[in-house]
Design a protein around this ligand. Structure first.
Ligand code: BG6
Length: 490
């Protein structure tokens, strides 16, 4: 079925850096549904041609070697621009008429087509955009499915997320709403479900009997740069934990869904969130670490006495049969030693150590499964082997699967998969209303306790390392270490 995609916030960064390059790639690979049209809406007064010209430049920059002028020339005519202001109802009426024109309605073309509205604006405009879409009749489904894709952040805490859900549900039914988290579009994240549920050898050991703990790290080398003012309001908990990190944790911890459909998958993910006990203020002081990189307060748009965390680590417990007693350590920071997103399943040590490895009482490192989501995408299983000709000396070695080595093509960008899913009406990789609210329910008490109790203290850390020193000592205090090899693959 033909699709019209309407992008609100068309002149913004997300559109030029991610959405248009992803749509261009889909078109180049012949994956866009026949009859796809793309309409950009924002206040800047572009003509169609001026917008296309500016997008050609940015797409060439972001796509790099894969930019092919002939493929762009085939794609560009699908792209249109309609200037307008989210604050003006009249502009939505004009948009409606323009959509009919772009869709060839006046020329008597078939009426049945899918429309997807993508909110890529600043979050403060989401509610108004949805309300005005409703008032202009743009959410009515008489002429085919109407869907809305909502970017993160979905709310800034539980109360605002709930209010936004209420506002959205006044216009769209839940099945029409696609709350996007681009981490779910990453190949290795989806591959984690395949690893767990299309193989039999991992699932029997994927539980408290064999796993000591799980570490999930989203480390970024970059600093906040030009995003200081945004980051001041957001901080690492809202920016990465409430969405990306909790999503990764849900996929690592969930039970197998009964089917691979949107609700079955999301039901299982939601159960994980329900099993996480939100931290009390006393536990926040003990089970979280927060830091700010040295120099953050001098970034443009940042207060000279800012208390915003650019690094956090936390320990969460999943209170169910599978995970009772297995801590999940989540960690993320800007200004870290290297860019990596990885999930480490740390298995228990063997019950007795038969091989002294040289010194009596020596323990060997236990098995570990490392799922690296970026920069290189792949999986490594760490296990002990005997060093030849050196008595019973042991050495940790690995089995490795590297996506790039196995599959020669370039890995697709997360937005390609997610846009296509939204076009086809598959919401499995999008968050449901209860899911975002439950996720905020876990993050809110930490935000509140940090602000009210001031514990743990905000620690300043040197950029280029692994966050504050206390993150290491906190782990050591629990008899564990962060797995800081980076990148482990690629
Ligand atoms: C975004 C955050 O959601 O994710 C950014 O707002 C962060 O602060 C980015 O840099 C990380 O995404 P990726 O895909 O580069 O890991």
């Amino acid at each position: 079925m033909a699709v019209t995609l309407v992008i609100f916030g068309a002149s913004g960064d997300l559109t030029s850096r991610k959405l248009i390059p992803a749509l261009y790639q889909l078109s180049r690979k012949g994956r866009l549904p026949t009859g796809t049209q793309i309409v950009g809406f924002s206040r800047t007064k572009f003509s169609d041609d001026a917008w296309r010209k500016s997008l050609a430049e940015t797409t060439a920059e972001f796509v790099g070697k894969e930019f092919d002028q002939a493929a762009w020339n085939r794609f560009a005519p699908l792209v249109h621009y309609q200037p307008g202001d989210i604050g003006e109802q009249e502009d939505f009426e004009t948009l409606h008429a323009r959509l009919h024109e772009v869709e060839g309605r006046s020329a008597g073309k078939p009426k049945d087509l899918t429309r997807v509205y993508y909110l890529a604006t600043a979050a403060q405009f989401y509610e108004e955009a949805v309300e005005r879409l409703g008032a202009a009749g743009l959410a009515d489904e008489e002429n085919g499915p109407r869907r809305v894709v909502i970017e993160k952040p979905f709310g800034e805490d539980l109360a605002t997320a709930r209010a936004l859900n209420v506002a959205v549900h006044k216009v769209f039914k839940e099945r029409q709403v696609y709350r996007i988290d681009h981490y779910l579009g990453k190949e290795t994240v989806q591959n984690m479900m395949v690893l767990r549920f299309a193989n039999t050898i991992f699932e029997p050991v994927w539980n408290r009997n064999y796993i000591d703990h799980v570490q999930i790290t989203v480390a970024e080398e970059v600093l906040v740069g030009r995003r200081g003012a945004f980051y001041e309001e957001t901080g690492v908990l809202r920016d990465i934990f409430q969405n990306h990190l909790l999503q990764l944790m849900m996929i690592a911890a969930m039970e197998a869904p009964v089917r691979m459909d949107a609700d079955s998958v999301r039901d299982e993910k939601v159960k994980v969130l329900r099993a996480i006990t939100p931290l009390s203020a006393a536990l926040v002081a003990m089970d979280t670490v927060r830091g700010q990189y040295d120099g953050y307060r001098k970034e443009p748009g940042v207060a000279a006495d800012s208390q915003t965390a650019t690094f956090a680590a936390m320990k969460l417990a999943v209170d169910n049969w599978r995970w009772q007693g297995v801590p999940f350590y989540l960690r993320s920071g800007k200004g870290m030693s290297c860019r990596t997103t990885q999930i480490v399943i740390q298995f228990r040590s063997p019950p007795t150590m038969l091989f002294a490895n040289g010194k009596p009482g020596d323990l060997c490192e236990a098995n570990r499964l490392v799922i690296q989501i970026q920069p290189g995408e792949g999986i490594q299983l760490h296990f002990q082997t005997k060093v030849p000709d050196q008595g019973m000396k042991l050495r940790l070695t690995d089995l490795e699967f590297d996506f790039h080595r196995e599959f020669k093509g370039v890995m697709p960008e997360a937005y390609e998969r997610l846009l296509l899913d939204a076009f086809q009406g598959d919401a499995s990789l999008f968050a449901r209303s209860d899911e975002v609210e439950l996720a905020w329910g876990i993050i809110d008490p930490i935000l509140v306790a940090w602000q009210k109790e001031g514990q743990p203290k905000l620690e300043i850390y040197e950029p280029g390392l692994w966050g504050p020193e206390s993150s290491m000592t906190w782990m050591h205090g629990q008899g564990r270490n962060w797995f800081d090899t980076c990148p482990v693959i690629g």
